[in-house]
Design a protein around this ligand. Structure first.
Ligand code: NAD
Length: 493
């Protein structure tokens, strides 16, 4: 049984419900995960609350030493962690290693927290009066995370939250719960005091208990748009600070002057990497004519060489989908798109690997229009839809009318067109000849429109702002040589 982590050690909890955890490459259930009851959430929050005052008062130097030790341990054990991800998520090990590396970058960013927590100081704003601001932690903060990045997404949150002096309760996805416990053990080995980092496994019951809990001061969420909206509304109603990152439908625009080999490589990597189960995956290729036929030919040629297979086989380039139910949902879009008039250029239901894994191979659909289900919905699988348009303006109109605004990319050799695109597009993360423009740890990650509810993006300086609140102080200290109390502030300033 996969348990929770409270008070610096494994915690069995009181919940009586559990859920199966499955290896997506074999279809075999490998373990069960405990689903927390509201009392289990209470226990984790109580532990975090008890740990908070001492952690908040721990000096910055000491906090940073622990962060550096955590960074070193994570780096030493990153291959083990990547294999844990692959066993429960299904993605290929090299991809899982990449996710750990991106998480590590946020820890490295958080190691610079003394620099980031500096407030402002204005000397002598009035006679003998100074004004300054300080950044303080919030208290107990919670993170609720999706299945698709069981290491990277939680690490967008907790390294910075903890570095700022908060204590943290993580509720990972119940589909791949083990990585969170591995991270908890590394924190303990790094010397993080008990209770500063806790994990509650679970589903809606655990989430609702966190959203309702009076001692949880802020909630960071990453997941699908309907749940993000729910988290945002419920947390706000309960008076909590909240950032809720939602789903995506990312478009890649290819202009007629683009390098089509570069664009085809990018479309294949960004469309089918991690079986398309990435919030920054490209799912719509907007081909500005006359490039569509040539681009599709180049993409099809590359797709034929892509090896789908178990994530722990070094020969595999794409693994299975996360669950059987999700695979079936994704496959249903292949049927509906054909029924609705699109052309299935490559059908991912053909030539599947053997066995009971949740397989679907890369799929390419041409002649997709904005009214079709495969265009309207976030499919979250290895399915690339091609929409043919006749001009840059038509491409922009398509993007403008799409309710999501997470990531996008433009492929062109025209700097002016790229500059216009970056300025006009209503999307939070933009790539120019880069298909997956994931910001570095020192920038912030977040979309616009239905891809983010709240006003803070994740990590970078916005992450530091989210996990701190500012206090502005005005102080008067008289110079002893002054010879008396200056009662005249501000009139005699
Ligand atoms: P999900 O919304 O189903 O689940 C996310 C989290 O919410 C999980 O911890 C889950 O246990 C919990 N949850 C699920 N249903 C709930 C409910 N009814 N009430 C309360 N909590 C609930 O998402 P997922 O399937 O795990 O992940 C895939 C989704 O996440 C995709 O939509 C993807 O685009 C999105 N995502 C977005 C980003 C981003 O940065 N914007 C990053 C990664 C993933």
């Amino acid at each position: 049984m996969i348990h929770h982590w409270v008070d610096g050690k494994p915690y069995a909890g009181t919940g009586t419900r559990n859920a199966p955890v499955t290896n997506p490459a074999t279809g075999v259930t490998t373990d069960d995960v405990a689903l927390a009851s509201a009392e289990d959430v209470d226990a984790a929050v109580a532990s975090a609350r008890a740990a908070y005052p001492a952690w908040r008062d721990t000096s910055l130097s000491k906090r940073v030493q622990i962060l550096f030790r955590f960074r070193e341990l994570l780096n030493e054990r990153k291959d083990e962690l990547a294999r844990i991800i692959t066993a429960e998520h299904g993605k290929v090990v090299s991809d899982a290693a990449g996710e750990v590396a991106r998480g590590l970058e946020v820890v490295e960013f958080a190691c610079g927290i003394p620099q980031l927590l500096k407030g402002g100081f204005s000397e002598n704003v009035s006679t003998s009066v100074d004004a300054y601001s300080i950044l303080q932690p919030l208290g107990v903060v919670a993170g609720i995370t999706p299945f698709n990045f069981p290491v990277m997404v939680p690490m967008w949150m907790f390294p910075i939250a903890i570095a700022c002096g908060n204590s943290f309760v993580l509720k990972p996805s119940e589909k791949d719960p083990s990585a969170a416990l591995f991270l908890a053990e590394l924190w303990a080995q790094a010397g993080l005091p008990e209770g500063v980092f806790n994990v509650v496994q679970g589903d809606k019951t655990a989430v609702d208990a966190l959203l309702e809990h009076k001692d949880v001061k802020a909630v960071s969420f990453v997941g699908s748009t309907p749940i993000a909206r729910y988290i945002y509304e419920t947390s706000a109603r309960n008076g909590k600070r909240v950032q809720a990152l939602g789903g995506a439908k990312n478009h890649m625009v290819v202009l007629p002057d683009a390098d089509l080999d570069l664009a085809a490589d990018a479309a294949v990597n960004a469309g089918f990497g991690s079986a398309g189960e990435r919030c920054m995956a490209i799912s719509v290729l907007v081909a500005v004519e006359p490039v569509a036929d040539e681009l599709i030919a180049k993409i099809t040629e590359r797709m034929a060489k892509l090896v789908t297979g178990p994530g722990d086989d070094p020969a595999s380039e794409m693994g299975p989908l996360v669950t059987r139910a999700h695979r079936d949902t994704v496959a249903a879009y292949l049927s509906s798109s054909a029924e609705q008039g699109a052309t299935l250029v490559v059908d991912g239901r053909e030539g599947l690997p053997e066995g009971e894994g949740f397989w679907l191979r890369p799929t390419l659909i041409d002649n997709v229009t904005s009214g079709m289900d495969c265009y309207k919905d976030e499919i979250f699988g290895p399915v690339l839809s091609v929409v043919r348009v006749s001009s840059y303006e038509d491409a922009m109109e398509l993007l403008h009318n799409n309710p999501y605004g997470n990531g996008t990319a433009i492929f062109t050799n025209d700097g002016g067109a790229a500059r216009r695109f970056q300025n006009e597009v209503e999307v939070g993360m933009v790539g120019i000849n880069v298909p997956i423009p994931v910001p570095m740890a020192y920038y912030s990650f977040g979309g616009w429109k239905n891809s983010l509810f709240g006003d803070s993006h994740a990590h970078g300086i916005e992450g530091v702002h989210f996990y701190t609140r500012t206090k502005a102080v005005t102080a008067r200290w008289l110079d002893p040589s002054h010879g008396g109390i200056n009662l005249g502030f501000p009139e005699n300033a």
